[in-house]
Design a protein around this ligand. Structure first.
Ligand SMILES: *Cc1c(COP(=O)(O)O)cnc(C)c1O
Length: 404
């Protein structure tokens, strides 16, 4: 089967049509570069949507994968395993958390967080305490529970009756939150920087006030750090820079550096509500995923890499501001660390996708976050040359869009 000719047309023939992938089919990657079937080279500023935190085929990850791949792949949770225990210990040592639950994706980590919050609230405070408050434009995954907690009804409509008792308020709007929170609130769920929603940072005072409101009403604060976690914003987790500690934190995307894994972190007191049999996953915490994630975690959780993220943020901001000074196409460049967004100016409203398509033509992979933001989520260890070359390509793409 390995010599079967593969073309983009096959996608439309054999795949469920829920995606509209680009025309190119990448076959190989190294660092922040990717090559397609024809050998065309691309610079990767997308990072597989904030996943490839160490670029493509980082030697530490390849070696962990090979080593574990020849030892033991999977057991199920009928048994525990060494890589899972080592990774859990490292996560606990590095964060507020005392307990870890492993799964395979961000949505699953959030599904676990939501179920745990509900079970804890019901066990501790009674059956009425089920309200979940989340934020407009928030994104938490695509299972039915997580997509309903997400703040875009368009993604959760059309599937029949939704999980109940979920309310949404605007991000950074304390009064709106005050109006709906009560002693019936089980949890407030938020991204400590909205990613998919458009690269929107929280006001530091807002996050602190959310924490206080949760405490007043015995509600849990859940931080979805699926996109912001594992070094993305320049801290190991974004909460560390905000001076606010959540009760439950979810991590995925960069956690495996490209290998699927998710994790939910919490305190011993809250974790106790997940008694034997209350929740689970066949693959969750399997040795192969955990071995790769351990290597990714060890590599990212160093001063050199975390500091390097701030340094790279400056390279990007400088380069993007210079492009904007010439073309005036962005209202602002926002975000933190290596999760950055260029917001379209009035003249280019709704046209972020045109910039993405023009960038592809210039052999540069970028992302969008809604119709008005071009998003960058590159490797945390992208080199200065790769950034410079990618920005040069981006400038050519911008020029093409601006000049029609
Ligand atoms: C990507 C993302 C998710 C969903 O993760 P999956 O691995 O696609 O299930 C959840 N929350 C946030 C903040 C994300 O960015």
């Amino acid at each position: 089967m390995s010599d079967m000719a593969v073309t983009r047309e096959m996608f439309d023939q054999v795949m469920v049509p829920n995606y509209a992938p680009a025309q190119v089919i990448p076959v190989r990657g190294k660092g922040a570069r990717v090559w397609d079937q024809q050998g065309r080279e691309f610079i990767d500023f997308a990072g597989g949507i904030a996943v490839n935190c160490l670029g493509h085929c980082h030697p530490a990850l390849v070696s962990a994968l090979k080593e574990q791949g020849e030892k033991l792949w999977h057991l199920s949770n009928v048994m525990t395993n060494e890589p899972a225990l080592r990774l859990a210990k490292k996560l606990v040592d590095a964060t507020f958390a005392e307990k870890v639950y492993f799964c395979n994706s961000g949505a699953e980590a959030n599904e676990a967080a939501l179920k745990l919050a509900r079970r804890y609230a019901i066990d501790t405070h009674g059956p009425e305490k089920t309200q979940i408050i989340a934020f407009t434009q928030g994104f938490h995954g695509r299972t039915f529970f997580t997509v309903t907690v997400g703040g875009q009804a368009a993604y959760s409509d059309g599937f029949g009756p939704k999980p109940a008792d979920i309310d949404h308020v605007p991000y950074n709007d304390l009064d709106a939150l005050k109006a709906v929170i009560s002693d019936r609130t089980c949890a407030v769920v938020m991204e400590p920087l909205q990613g998919e929603g458009g690269i929107i940072s929280p006001e530091p005072a807002f996050v602190k006030a959310v924490r206080e409101l949760c405490d007043q009403h015995n509600a849990l604060l859940v931080f979805d750090e699926v996109q912001t976690g594992v070094g993305r914003t320049g801290a190991l987790y974004a909460y560390m820079d905000l001076g606010v500690t959540p009760d439950i934190l979810t991590s995925a995307k960069a956690l495996g550096g490209g290998f699927p894994i998710g994790a939910m972190l919490t305190t011993s007191k809250i974790a106790a509500a997940f008694k034997v049999g209350t929740h689970g996953s066949t693959y969750g915490g399997n040795p192969l995923a955990c071995a790769v994630a351990e290597a990714a975690f060890d590599t990212v959780n160093t001063d050199a890499v975390l500091h390097g993220v701030r340094e790279r943020e400056a390279w990007y901001r400088e380069g993007l501001e210079a492009i904007n000074a010439k073309y005036g196409c962005f209202k602002e460049v926002r975000g933190k660390g290596l999760l950055l967004g260029c917001v379209m100016s009035e003249q280019f409203q709704g046209r972020a996708r045109d910039f993405l398509l023009a960038a592809m033509e210039e052999q540069l992979m970028v992302l969008i976050a809604g119709a008005n933001v071009v998003r960058f989520a590159p490797s945390l260890v992208i080199t200065k040359d790769e950034v410079a070359e990618g920005l040069a390509r981006f400038e050519r793409a911008v020029a093409k869009v601006v000049n029609g």
